[in-house]
Design a protein around this ligand. Structure first.
Ligand code: ZN
Length: 156
């Protein structure tokens, strides 16, 4: 195993963290871009749980600006910069890229004995304008509107 993988979470400077995430997953930059955009949409509902209210607001604002840009070809690195700037969001995106699901969601479904709901059946909703993804964590949990566009989310 390359030595760089063993120094993943040692508080390295930002560009190295970003490089490490790309390096770790060995994914072509096209696929990686799509996954990073998806991670940015999906992390937005979790920001208030991961960061202070002030940080969450600032990062959500930055992500929204990038996700609603017409040209999304170069935003993936900027998104990685933003999400790697804080340790809780860096860990979150690292796990999201591996699981293809919000890590908190996966954890909340696993440890409940007798819960037969497979993770794949978790309902996923997106904004029709493509900037927000929301997973329903419990049956009956009310579905929010997109906080950017204030329109109802659509089930995927
Ligand atoms: Zn939206």
């Amino acid at each position: 195993m390359p030595a760089i993988l063993t120094i993943l979470s040692t508080g390295l400077p930002l560009p190295t963290q970003v490089f490490n995430i790309r390096y770790k997953f060995f994914i072509s930059s096209y696929t990686m871009s799509e996954d990073i955009l998806e991670a940015a949409r999906a992390i937005r509902p979790y920001l208030p749980e991961l960061l202070t209210a002030e940080q969450a607001k600032a990062i959500d604002h930055q992500l929204t600006q990038l996700l609603t840009q017409q040209d999304q070809t170069k935003v993936d690195n900027l998104i990685l910069d933003i999400l790697c700037s804080q340790e809780p969001t860096r860990q979150w995106i690292d796990e999201f890229l591996e699981l293809k699901l919000p890590p908190t969601l996966e954890k909340s479904y696993q440890p409940i004995p007798g819960n037969l709901t497979p993770v794949s059946s978790v309902a996923k909703y997106t904004c029709p304008f493509g900037d927000y993804v929301w997973y329903q964590r419990q049956v009956g949990e009310p579905i929010p509107n997109c906080p950017t566009h204030e329109v109802p989310l659509e089930k995927v």
